[in-house]
Design a protein around this ligand. Sequence first.
Ligand code: 7PM
Length: 282
Amino acid sequence: MKGTPLLIDQLLDLSRANVMGILNVTPDSFSDGGRFDSLDKALEQAITMERQGADIIDIGGESTRPGARGVSVQEEMDRVMPVVDAVTQALAIPVSIDTSKPEVMREAVARGAALINDVRALREAGALDAAAELRVPVCLTHMLGQPRTMQQRPAYKDVVEEVLGFLEERVTTCVDRGIARQAIVVDPGFGFGKTLSNNIELMRRLSVFGRLGLPLLVGVSRKRMIGAMLGDAPVERRVHGSVAAAMLAVQRGASIVRVHDVQATVDALRVMEGVSETGPAA
Ligand code: 7PM
């Protein structure tokens, strides 16, 4: 054992809601159409999100959209590392690395990434050991199956209890491997192997995840569930619905919301906080 673990409350102020700005560096990214595939564009977008009030920037090079195939370690490295370098150097806020690959985790943290965001919850070979050695906080997300097939008839008896049970098991596994409990964030994984009604039930009963006693991250921004609730709205019409969903998540206990539209979300959360801070409810 060497060094001390960096805990999540050393990275983010958990007394309020935090906004994680999404920086996709995939060529097929569904919501930005690969517009940020060049380094300049990516850096510019990160700077904009910081100015708009983002608390952390999440950089990802593997598309985990429903139906997507995996990418090689080399391809993910080539996409992501120049952006990790540029963004960690230019910004004051922390950077998180959205990956399931231990090689990418190690390289990104060596270059300054301060949080590992793994939608596979450190289940890939070597990922648990990499995260434990790197001593940065981790976000563990629930996903049923793999991106390529996860939306083919997902089924649960009780989606909330099953997702909760999965996250409890992953937290225990991480703690057993030497990751500090206070370095763990949990995420129910909206859209990752869930039907629309599964996603709605998770949101409706989100406060149940408070049982884990860990910070909760929610990612619903521009997702299909938002489009579905708006009568199949296309991605570019999902901004307002996404902001509403982020507010609902924070109201139900989310500490971090992962979003594309930072300014809109920050404004909505400021209004929410402004009202709740002004005095007794009634
Ligand atoms: C294409 C389709 C690109 C879908 C990206 C996506 C989450 C996440 C993603 C989440 C955490 C997106 C998804 N979603 N990490 N990464 N939680 N922790 O909509 O819900 O951004 S990828």
